[in-house]
Design a binder for this molecule. Structure first.
Ligand code: HEM
Length: 501
């Protein structure tokens, strides 16, 4: 009976069903210690039927995946989707080819790439939830800019929802998001964001950081991450609350700690699992159209959360770049000496006269790898895109790292190369494939402030200090040192010395 089942089946599904029966039979007869029952099967009926159910589910899921309107992608595991598949998640690790700064291929460079296998648009499964991943400049730009409305939603973010009680504009979509974002950004502008007064506040903060580092240098070590995070958060405090806080202040330290833990959890694998399996009640957030005081409070908290760790991470990475690439550090310092001198504090006006420093700051964004699986967008309606009918509320991950490593847009994407942003005369040139702040409707509203902070912190720190690697890190490549430091495998391997001005 079992043998002629397969040839008799005509459709693919039927073949699968009969194939299931064969598999089930094989498992039922697999245990040599059990004697055959009246149907001729050997074994424990209970476990065999569970196994059979399991295998049926696998095949049903496979079938569902084949018929899904979503782009194809790596086969998910039952319930977990692709979450435990190290060659899929996190995407920045599976995205190809990391070349060390000194030029040789690192061991992971031979990783197979999802893009090579499935093309620049594919689906991954975060547990039972599908997410469409967009890779490379053309694909990401086309979706976020040409289809801005359709890709401008935000999926439920369970961790943020819990902390922010579903309020504030990061969590919203549609009209409420638009109104709240407009209100928040215009109020911040009135408070000075993006204006000259803002750059003075940033300068004040950098000078405090310089003082702190100078004081600690005598003791030789300093907590780089903490000092930078405090400084960056204080910039936000001075914008939003109108005053800065001493880094010893317990209240602000408590708030920073919450924001930092929240973001750290958000970026980790554990955070991804939480977001994949938590069920979010959408009703309250999506149906209310007007905002209230709590929404405004949470929008401000959202600015802290979204603005502090992102900027301080970029600044931390910038210091690692300086220490790992002394020739770049020296060239920036030379430019600072010429354009600003040794006694004036760098200002935004200097930016235009410092093309190399400007290019290095841009390259820092370009070269850094970021995980944005947990801070994705979503479709606001059923969307026809690249031959797929993507249903409304599907999670969309515009893979920024893939844009910044797109070999069609960057001459040497795997090398830290400031020349990406310089023309043949050594002048700064913009690149359209530069999008660390994303693009379209959901693009980062803090871009102007973040750029200002990066330039002023970067140039003032290099005007005052010389950074160098110490210990085992001296033999490691840039991305490995930074990853090891962030994952607390390596203690801060950097020493700062005051420059003799
Ligand atoms: C180096 C620094 C920064 C980087 C790399 C960065 C990057 C990003 C990215 C990629 C997004 C996601 C856009 C999307 O969903 O497509 C975003 C959103 C956001 N960023 Fe930033 N950001 C930075 C600094 C800041 C700062 C300083 C602020 C606050 C002043 C800020 C506030 C926000 C907010 C509120 C959102 C959510 C926007 C929305 O949902 O409408 N960011 N950022």
């Amino acid at each position: 009976m079992m043998e002629d089942a397969i040839p008799l089946a005509s459709s693919k599904t039927k073949v699968k069903c009969n194939f299931m029966q064969n598999i089930t039979a094989v498992f039922w007869t697999a245990d040599p210690n059990k004697s055959p029952d009246k149907d001729g099967y050997i074994g424990d009926r209970g476990s065999a039927s569970s196994l059979s159910v399991l295998l049926h589910i696998v095949l049903i899921l496979q079938n569902v995946q084949e018929k899904s309107p979503l782009p194809p992608g790596p086969t998910p595991w039952l319930f977990l989707g692709n979450l435990l598949q190290k060659d899929v998640i996190p995407l920045d690790k599976s995205y190809p080819k990391v070349r060390s700064v000194v030029g040789e291929l690192s061991p992971c460079s031979q990783n197979y790439s999802l893009v090579h296998k499935y093309g620049p648009i594919f689906t991954i499964w975060m547990g039972l939830k599908p997410a469409v991943v967009l890779c490379g400049y053309e694909m990401v730009k086309n979706a976020l800019v040409a289809h801005a409305e359709e890709f401008g939603g935000r999926p439920p973010l369970p961790i943020l929802k819990r902390v922010m009680m579903g309020q504030g504009f990061i969590m919203q979509k549609d009209a409420k998001w638009r109104d709240l974002r407009k209100f928040t950004v215009s109020t911040l502008r009135e408070f000075g964001m993006g204006k000259k007064t803002m750059s003075e506040r940033v300068q004040e903060e950098v000078l405090c950081l310089v003082k702190d580092i100078t004081a600690v240098i005598q003791g030789k070590t300093f907590d780089l991450q903490k000092s930078i995070t405090n400084a960056v958060s204080n910039v936000m405090c001075s914008v939003v609350i109108g005053k800065r806080f001493d880094c010893q202040n317990q209240i602000i330290a408590g708030h920073l700690c919450i924001a930092e833990k929240l973001i750290s959890l958000f970026q980790t694998y554990l955070g991804m699992v939480c977001c994949s399996f938590c069920v979010v009640n959408l009703k309250k957030t999506s149906c209310e159209l007007t905002y209230n005081q709590e929404d405004i409070v949470m929008s401000v908290f959202g600015l802290f959360v979204a603005g502090s760790t992102t900027t301080s991470d970029a600044l931390n990475f910038a210091i690692f770049v300086k220490a790992r690439l002394p020739h770049i550090q020296a060239k920036v310092q030379e430019e600072i000496n010429e354009a600003i001198g040794i006694s004036c504090v760098p200002r935004m006006e200097d930016w235009a006269r410092m093309p190399f420093t400007n290019a290095v700051v841009h390259e820092i964004h370009q070269y850094r790898k970021v995980n944005n699986e947990n801070f994705a967008c979503s479709t606001t309606c059923c969307t026809e895109f690249r031959g797929f009918a993507i249903p409304q509320d599907t999670v969309i991950i515009p893979h920024i790292t893939s844009v910044h490593f797109d070999p069609l847009k960057w001459e040497t994407p795997e090398e830290f190369n400031p020349a990406h942003f310089l023309d043949e005369k050594g002048q700064f040139k913009k690149k359209d494939a530069f999008m660390p702040f994303s693009a379209g409707k959901r693009a980062c509203p803090g871009e102007a402030l973040a750029r200002m902070e990066l330039f002023l912190f970067f140039s003032t720190l290099l005007q005052n200090f010389h950074f160098q690697l110490v210990g085992e890190a001296t033999d490691m490549d840039l991305l490995s040192i930074y990853d090891s430091y962030r994952n607390k495998i390596l203690k801060l391997p950097i020493q700062a010395t005051k420059r003799l001005l």
